[in-house]
Ligand binder design. Sequence first.
Ligand code: AP5
Ligand code: MG
Length: 216
Amino acid sequence: MKILVMGPPGAGKGSQASRIIEKYEMPSISTGQMFRDAYNAEEPIGIEAMKFIRDGNLVSDDITNKIVRLRLHKEDTTTSFLLDGYPRTVAQAAALDEMLVEMESNLDAVINILSSHDVLFERMEQRRVCKKCGRTYHLRFKKPSVDGVCDKCDGELYQREDDSHESVKRRLEIYETKTKPLLDYYSEKGILYHVNGMQDFDKVTDDIFLVLDELV
Ligand code: AP5
Ligand code: MG
């Protein structure tokens, strides 16, 4: 099964992706996480990408398409994968189509997680992320057992550089103008499924599994 998880920033893509990949045993490819990992490892691509990410802007299509292409060429993506946060522009969707043709493959479903802007602002301001393993917390809805420490790996929790109020505003603007139009593109292909992301974690997961169980 090859799927995309789409939705505005803070909709719950990463949180739900981790549950989907556990159930259906597939690799998750999150371009945002790849950029953050590269930045934390002080790799040039990560340092370059963070210049855009910090202020809520998109990284260039060229760089982004290149890292996805390299990742999709690894062996573990032959039968299944989940893409989180890619594609985000029309040019990226076209590049992904090309990659899929090269792989003699196609997408089975695009899950779009819906949410209102009020909810998104609150979620991102309250989000904390583990520096070591990338696991995501929420200071009210998904608190770590010990303040500032990851339950899974004891890593340090931090607030993402792009979770400031100004960056979130910018990310939402970009989502509306550049990414949301892609929903029509996937709707026309007949593979788009909407899920209400303003429910509790488990209900959102159940709704996603209802869609995906039909496809396996
Ligand atoms: P990326 O990392 O993909 O960020 P994003 O799309 O802005 O989405 P987020 O990761 O912020 O939110 P999410 O939907 O994963 O929500 P989460 O599960 O964490 O990209 C970051 C940046 O990298 C981009 O802005 C861009 O600069 C660059 N980039 C990435 N991909 C790119 C591309 N393709 N092209 C160009 N540039 C690219 O949840 C959010 C919070 O809410 C958490 O605290 C969570 O615990 C909580 N929460 C989640 N679900 C629920 C629920 N149901 N109830 C209560 N709380 C919930
Ligand atoms: Mg995410």
